[in-house]
Design a protein around this ligand. Sequence first.
Ligand SMILES: Nc1ncnc2c1ncn2[C@@H]1O[C@H](COP(=O)(O)OP(=O)(O)OP(=O)(O)O)[C@@H](O)[C@H]1O
Ligand SMILES: Nc1nc2c(ncn2[C@@H]2O[C@H](COP(=O)(O)O)[C@@H](O)[C@H]2O)c(=O)[nH]1
Length: 217
Amino acid sequence: MTAGGFDGVERRGLMFVLSSPSGAGKTTLSRMLLEREPGLKMSVSATTRAMRPGEVEGRDYFFVDKPKFEKMVEQGELLEWATVFDNLYGTPRAPVEAALSAGQDVLFDIDWQGTQQLHQKASVDVVRVFILPPSAADLEKRLHTRAQDSDEVIRGRMSRATHELSHWAEYDYIVVNQNVDDAFAEVQSILKAERLKRERRTGLTEFVRKLQRQLEK
Ligand SMILES: Nc1ncnc2c1ncn2[C@@H]1O[C@H](COP(=O)(O)OP(=O)(O)OP(=O)(O)O)[C@@H](O)[C@H]1O
Ligand SMILES: Nc1nc2c(ncn2[C@@H]2O[C@H](COP(=O)(O)O)[C@@H](O)[C@H]2O)c(=O)[nH]1
């Protein structure tokens, strides 16, 4: 799992997780990150929920039925999985492992249950970011403005928001998504700083030794 650092120092790939109550802005921030951050690959989840208008198979999700999802679980094909809003969601293992071994960082839009499972499996390589809406009214407004879920589904998501929110303290970073450009800048700074962490930079010892040899000449 070695990623080529942009400054020539090798490092391990990292798993960058965004979680939040539904509608706080994970998808929006993920798309902005993928557009502007080279070396970052989205983990596309499998889900049993119905496709929303505008969603694309294989880009937004792999849409599968329950028996297929259960088979994936049985065969160990999922790195983590959970029931969210009465549907099953899970992270296919193979693409994540392939991306990390190819030197890429991987971005996850998953809930707190999946984040806990990833953290148990690979804590040092997981960076957990929780996105907060500025207020409950804003959250509800965003779910309505997105106009992709029925009023009943939105009510369900709002009533689950309190539970999702109760896990905020399990995350390494908290970003309030009031202005989307400000929130994006904060999330991007976190990614940049985490990429520079000494313990991920497997090539540092060699790099510093080389510098020392040059200085000794
Ligand atoms: N800072 C912001 N200000 C106003 N609207 C925003 C902001 N960030 C995101 N939105 C809008 O809010 C809606 C919900 O955002 P998004 O789909 O990114 O949320 P999400 O956290 O991914 O939700 P889910 O968990 O349901 O997938 C979208 O219509 C998006 O354009
Ligand atoms: N544990 C996991 N949670 C996931 C995964 N993919 C998405 N999610 C979370 O589900 C809810 C709802 O998503 P939506 O697209 O139906 O609005 C949201 O909190 C996602 O973060 C996954 O693979 N594992």
